[in-house]
Design a protein around this ligand. Sequence first.
Ligand code: BGC
Length: 253
Amino acid sequence: MPTTDHLAFGIDIGGSGIKGAPVDLTTGELTTDRVKIPTPQPSTPAAVIEVLGRLLAEFDEDDDAPVGLTFPAPVLHGGFPFVANLDQSWVGMNIEDEVRRELGREVVAMNDADAAGVAEAHYGAAKGVPGVVLLTTLGTGIGSALLVDGTLVPNTELGHLEIDGRDAESHASSAVREREDLSYPKWAKRLQRYYEVVEKLFSPDLIVVGGGVSRKHEKFLPLLTTRAPMVPAKLRNNAGIVGAAYRAAELTR
Ligand code: BGC
């Protein structure tokens, strides 16, 4: 199938899984089922890039489409200043150059929550919303994306706010809820404290809650009280893939 201008690839690289699919940028939908491969352990650059190659080969009919990659880390000038949930050997290398060299594809790397924010702003819960939108992803960590009139302020890293003397994500992420076997009401108390601090600092007009657990939003969103309306992400777990594909097309075409 020839590549068309409205098509790009998104690949979401997480601490436990690497998932990707081609995205139709006119609709923000995956053109086919996504493929998920477990993240290799240790998650070194060479091991992860090998998985990216395998994943792209599954869809080799689109081999000219740009590829957007998301990482669970801030991405600055093609590299990570630090990473919490991936092998430390990534820090300091230029990821875009390395992946481009190994896979021969046009690539753009970005933070995973930022990608979700871009996707929700273009196709989902934050579409056309003016003012300040804050998206948080609740997963292995807590990710954040800040949008001002639809424009992303990248790498906000609000999961690492220090609240009550500890790193916020180490107390309130979805992984912590699972690990400590917290009930939804108990977890909601931790989230409540988190969103209170975040609201105080940023006064958002809308808060969008993403990450895998947003599928179960009715179990915890009604337990939270915020000044700004709080809504579940619409693209759910595909938001990273879609946002990365959108950005890759935007920056390479
Ligand atoms: C990372 C962020 C990431 C978030 C969600 C945090 O630990 O520092 O960059 O967006 O996890 O994956």
